[in-house]
Design a protein around this ligand. Structure first.
Ligand SMILES: CC(C)(COP(=O)(O)OP(=O)(O)OC[C@H]1O[C@@H](n2cnc3c(N)ncnc32)[C@H](O)[C@@H]1OP(=O)(O)O)[C@@H](O)C(=O)NCCC(=O)NCCS
Length: 209
């Protein structure tokens, strides 16, 4: 007798993304999470930049994220991490651009490829932008390899120019300079922010450098 069991209908993708969203926890990155940060960043550059860059360029990016200087930069960059069930799956940070103006630069935006295209990068950038805005910075920039330019465009950045960045190991990497203007926060604007509101831990404090 044929089984009367029917295959369960596939859940719509939107529903799945909603469930992933509810599992993601955003909080500040601390010293003892740096090895995970380096691991995720290296995975991200290999997977996403690998197909577009030469091998020595990808190696130089990975060498950079494994350097002590990168770890120091991540800690100084008010970095936010995204965790799912205790697993670090993405990072993003920011720091003042250094021109004493309203400019800040995004740093180290990386998502573990296993968790790519689930909206985690977008949430990390939104959380990072919010921290920079709260510290008074309204002009955000990012220097990104070609693989990441379409992502930054999707989250509201404009490409301002292309160039070459020389890594600390002396390797030239082609980059896009992206920028975005954000409004100064008001209590009301933050409450009615149109981007997904990141669940930053309340203990977090953003420092102005
Ligand atoms: C860039 C990166 C952080 C994106 O992370 P992600 O979690 O996969 O991105 P999201 O899922 O949040 O994507 C947000 C939007 O960008 C789009 N997007 C992401 N990557 C894209 C790509 N390579 N090409 C086109 N669109 C892309 C998504 O489709 C999504 O669009 P939607 O909201 O309209 O559906 C990730 O690819 C990465 O780690 N890259 C390597 C590291 C790197 O180069 N970082 C930049 C240096 S600072």
């Amino acid at each position: 007798m044929p089984s009367t069991k029917q295959a369960a209908p596939e859940k719509p993708l939107r529903g799945s993304l909603m469930s992933v969203r509810s599992l993601v926890e955003l909080r500040s990155v601390s010293l003892d999470q740096l090895s995970d940060v380096r691991h995720v960043s290296a995975l991200a550059y290999r997977a996403y930049a690998g197909p577009l860059l030469a091998e020595d360029q990808v190696d130089a990016l990975v060498e950079l994220v494994r350097s002590p200087e990168y770890s120091e930069q991540i800690l100084a960059a008010n970095s936010v991490g995204a965790w799912i069930d205790g697993h670090l799956c993405g990072i993003a940070g920011w720091s003042p651009a250094g021109n004493a103006g309203a400019g800040a630069k995004l740093i180290g935006v990386c998502v573990d490829p296993l968790f790519g295209r689930l909206g985690i990068g977008r949430r990390l950038v939104a959380a990072t932008e919010m921290r920079a805005r709260r510290a008074g910075f309204t002009q955000l920039t990012a220097r990104v390899p070609a693989n990441a330019a379409p992502f930054f465009e999707r989250v509201g950045y404009l490409g301002s120019s292309q160039g070459v960045w020389i890594t600390p190991a002396g390797v030239s990497v082609p980059v896009f300079h992206m920028r975005k203007g954000v409004s100064k926060p008001t209590r009301q604007a933050d409450q009615h922010h149109t981007l997904p509101v990141p669940s930053i831990d309340e203990a977090d404090t953003t420092r102005v450098h």
